[in-house]
Design a protein around this ligand. Structure first.
Ligand SMILES: O=C(O)CCC(=O)C(=O)O
Ligand SMILES: [Fe+2]
Length: 147
C-alpha cells in the first residue's frame, strides 16, 4: 500500500505531483481524495479521471501487459497538483511474488514470437536504480522489435 500526499502548490502549471509512469505490478486499486489523476489515451492525450467520492479506480500494470502479450496495456498515468488544497491518494499495489519470472502466456502468443522478454522484480529494481524512468519505461526495454 502506498499513501501519496501532494501539498498545495503555488505554481501548479509548471510542475507535476507524480511524473508519467505505469505501475510495475499487475493491478493497482486507487482511492483519491480529489481530482488530480490523469491517464494517457491511445492518441497520447492526457485525460483527467473524474473525482467520484468513495470510488475505487482500478488500473492494469506492466505484469498484465507482458503476461497478455500486449493484448491488455498497462495504464500510463501522472498526477497534477493544485494551488488551493492538499491531495491524498491511497494505492493498493498488487504484484506477483518478487522472485517470479514473468513472460507472455504461451496460449496468447500462438504461432507468433512473444512480443516481450521475460523479467522479474529484481530486473525492474536494477532498472529503476540506474535509469531515468521518465525517459523510458521499464516495460519498453522488454518489447521485442516484432511488437
Ligand atoms: O496519486 C495518484 O492518484 C496516483 C498515484 C500513483 O500513480 C502511484 O502511487 O503509483
Ligand atoms: Fe502509479
Amino acid at each position: 500500500m502506498a499513501v501519496n500526499c501532494y501539498p498545495a502548490c503555488p505554481e501548479p502549471e509548471i510542475t507535476l505531483g507524480m511524473p508519467p509512469h505505469s505501475d510495475f505490478g499487475s493491478l493497482t486499486i486507487l482511492l483519491q481524495s480529489s481530482q488530480g489523476l490523469q491517464i494517457m489515451d491511445s492518441n497520447k492525450n492526457w485525460i483527467s479521471v473524474p473525482y467520484i467520492e468513495g470510488a475505487l479506480i482500478v488500473q492494469l500494470g506492466d505484469q498484465v501487459e507482458v503476461m497478455s502479450n500486449g493484448i491488455y496495456k498497462s495504464v500510463i498515468h501522472r498526477v497534477t497538483v493544485n494551488k488551493d488544497y492538499k491531495r491524498l491518494s491511497f494505492a493498493s499495489l498488487h504484484s506477483l511474488p518478487l522472485h517470479k519470472r514473468i513472460s507472455p502466456a504461451p496460449e496468447l502468443v500462438g504461432n507468433n514470437a512473444p512480443a516481450y522478454g521475460e523479467f522479474s522484480f529484481n530486473d525492474f529494481l536494477d532498472y529503476i536504480s540506474s535509469n531515468d524512468c521518465v525517459q523510458q519505461r521499464f516495460i519498453d526495454t522488454l518489447k521485442k522489435s516484432n511488437s
